[in-house]
Write a protein that binds this ligand. Structure first.
Ligand code: SF4
Ligand code: SF4
Ligand code: SF4
Length: 280
């Protein structure tokens, strides 16, 4: 029989484990790269995420929104605007071409390329500073069926790559400064287009569904995600509440990896919270 302490430890195993993983990354990068920034950076993100999971366990309504603001603002304001690191996809191409292992490269590797194999599109639900703002808009669940406009993401993806490659090929001077301004202009554009689309399609996440170039990385990797929301068919009564609240139109009652909009799940947990039978 488990003691009270053991029961509590089990309940909070996820936030504690999350903190431990980020602490390990923080210390490893700090020591191997001899840069204290990594210790601070990964500790901050680890603490923010663990706090969010802890608040979710405590059934606090705004747990996810708090994590979004803590991580999103840190990346946008501190890393982007104060440390002058272009954290958008152009910054990733830039650091990749220069061969510099900077915050943007690490950030993409952890959050958007290899991380999704483990935690799917958790980035989109808990950390993205674009969605952090879009999630304040009034259309939390889409009012109309999804449009067939997903092809636009490949155009924006190619445009970002061509833009940075052209700067290198044309041997433009002071690319670093251009990248800083590209970060500011890019973010202003993302917010403007994202907010406009949310109102046009009456869907806060329209930008994520049709435009965002990062989904070109996120979608295929999250297909294999270890962490997924699954449905207990024994408990499910097919009431459809989970599908009604889903901001990404995922058919969460289908457990296969090929379920409708499978690679769109942002792990927001709205379906889990809405299920009257605890089937998710
Ligand atoms: S799809 Fe793009 S804009 Fe939307 S949350 Fe994910 S990374 Fe952010
Ligand atoms: S409501 Fe459920 S299925 Fe939809 S995005 Fe959120 S966690 Fe994923
Ligand atoms: S909300 Fe729960 S019971 Fe209703 S369809 Fe979804 S999983 Fe089944």
């Amino acid at each position: 029989m488990m003691t009270d302490g053991a029961v509590k430890m089990k309940k909070y195993a996820l936030p504690i484990g999350l903190l431990a993983v980020f602490e390990a990354i923080a210390v490893t990068l700090w020591l191997t790269k001899d840069n204290i920034f990594y210790l601070f950076n990964f500790n901050y993100i680890g603490i923010s995420l663990s706090l969010g999971v802890f608040l979710y366990i405590k059934k606090y309504k705004y747990a996810r929104r708090i994590v979004q603001l803590l991580v999103g603002l840190y990346m946008l304001v501190y890393l982007g605007l104060i440390c002058n690191e272009n954290m958008q996809i152009e910054g990733f191409w830039y650091y990749l071409f220069t061969g510099v292992f900077e915050a943007a490269t690490i950030h993409y590797a952890v959050a958007k390329i290899f991380g999704p194999l483990l935690f799917g599109r958790g980035w989109c639900g808990y950390a993205c500073w674009t969605a952090m703002a879009l999630d304040f808009l009034p259309y939390k669940t889409p009012e109309k069926p999804r449009k067939k406009l997903g092809f636009i993401r490949y155009i924006t993806f190619a445009a970002s790559l061509i833009f940075v490659a052209a700067l290198f090929l044309a041997k433009v001077g002071n690319i670093e400064k251009i990248m800083f301004w590209a970060f500011i202009v890019g973010n202003v554009l993302y917010y403007a287009v994202g907010i406009a689309l949310a109102f046009i399609f009456r869907d806060n996440r329209a930008f994520c569904k049709y435009i965002c170039p990062i989904t070109v990385f996120l979608k295929p990797m999250s297909y294999f995600s270890v962490f997924r929301i699954k449905c207990d068919k024994e408990k499910c009564v097919d009431c459809g509440k989970c599908k009604k609240v889903c901001p990404m139109d995922v058919d969460v009652t289908d457990n296969s990896r090929k379920r409708k909009n499978a690679t769109e799940c942002i792990l927001c947990m709205e379906c889990v919270k809405s299920c009257p039978k605890d089937a998710l």
